[in-house]
Design a protein around this ligand. Sequence first.
Ligand code: AMP
Length: 590
Amino acid sequence: MLFRELAEYYDRLEAVSSRLKMIDIMTELLKGAQKDEVANIIYMTQGVLAPPFEGVEFGVAEKMMEEAIAVATGYSKEDAYRDYKRQGDMGLTAQSLCGASKLKRMNAKKNMVNEVYRIMLSVAKTSGAGSKEAKIRMLANLLASGTPLEAKYMARYPMGQLRLGLGDSTILEALSKAGAGDRGFKAELERAYNLCSDLGLLGERLFDGGPKAIEGFRITLFKPIRPALAERLPTAEGILERMRGRCAVEQKYDGFRCQVHKDGGKVKLYSRRLEETTGMFPDIIRAVKDEVRADKIIFEGEALAFNEATNEFFPFQETIQRKRKHGIEQKVEEMPLHLFAFDMMYLDGEDYISKPYEKRREALEHVLRGSKLILPSTMIITSSPKEFEKFFTDSVADGLEGIVAKDLAAPYVAGARKFSWIKMKRSYRGELSDTLDLVIVGYFLGRGSRAEFQFGGLLCAVYNSTKDVFETISKIGTGFTEAQMKEFRQMLDKIKVKSKPPRVDAVMEPDFWVYPKYVVTVKADEITKSPTHTCGKERAPDGAEVGYALRFPRIVGEGTVRSDKSAEEATTTNEVIELFKQQKKVGVED
Ligand code: AMP
């Protein structure tokens, strides 16, 4: 496929807001691709060069792109900078300057999709002395070789600003239609996706081997499994009832989730967002090699700092100091970590994901016998609410967050939030003091004293995982520090879009819409019903649509955004509905 054709598809995708239309366009695009182009087209459409766990980054700053556009068009760097400031979109700047360029287009040629991908990959892989100039040269040649429309997407792609609005779920549905004839194959594709987190790979397998290749898809070492997530309930009785009277209750540790992959002497770690974190935890890597009695294994646990002298867990704020790029070994000394292992998905050639919890746990304890740094999470199996409650209170007294209850008969539910895991945290007993993770979809300009920061608050949304859209739940207008206001403004300016992004459902209009990307943690006093927000909206008896909103919302934490969560990992609409019900139960007025 020609890159020009791909750019035309992207332009069509950008112009539609209905998810069904997006699926149709994406299906047509995939159908038009050659077998050996499918994976690259999928990565490009996701705005990446490889699945996130491979950590391939473009390393192209705004200034570099401005310079590349200047070299390609004969305009000055300052012209490119001014145009970018005016339009706020590097793609539009590239498109208009390439369109207006008087330079004789010596390099003009028909770019194939795979060729553009290959050059982009070289741009990303060029590092070290002189790399900046080399990257600019490669990008400039590429920009000069295409049509203005191609230039638009050639410039946006390495800036991480493709803005097509396609979520994983949309791509999976299009893959199902293009590769298996209809959307009926999506569930099977989703199953395989949950096992490897690599949409490009799936596309390639599907187009190469047909649906059979996906049906036979198995767990692969060093392809991270999409993590299981926990639902929440506020009482021991409620949880036991959901678990048919008996369940496992494990301590809930607040640290870094680590998915460990080991094949002989090769060990890698992946975060909850499936990014590789091997380099961050050399002590855990050593412990996996020394202590885990298995040749090939995939298991999961939570790493957190533990004070051996006082026998106490460090709070997350301290554990987070281990998240760093430099001085790692020194921190290893100061703040040793323990890994509390809580699940196992694969062992020596055997798939454990579909085995019941009890079997997985038994095998996990077996491979960890005698280990010191890697310990199985503390756990009881109970049918007594009293015993459950005591385990919870003791865990909280030990400085932990709470517990996670596990269904003894359930498989490991990769990539989904199901009632096979239910968390109960110390904070949501009584009032709504649990936090929500919200996606920023827009921002407001400041008035009065905030005018100088030109920042007046955020429009935030939850993720409706059934509809694959973001539904607004709150405008957060207060509680920002000056530093936060500045930082938000800078971050959000880079991802602002001209109109409401396709997968955002909103009634309220912010001054600027932004591409749903950043997640913030928010605390509120309670959840109320409101016609201004679309989260979980339903038609009230009087015909008006009413959704859920937050009362007195404010951002928590010192920093701004949660780098460990993607937009789709925000709190879901269903969770909000569940929290609303729980809040009613404990007597908060509606
Ligand atoms: P939350 O982040 O509040 O949704 O809680 C779920 C997270 O708790 C998981 O992603 C894990 O990182 C963490 N966690 C801590 N201890 C456990 C445990 N024993 N079982 C499962 N998850 C746990």
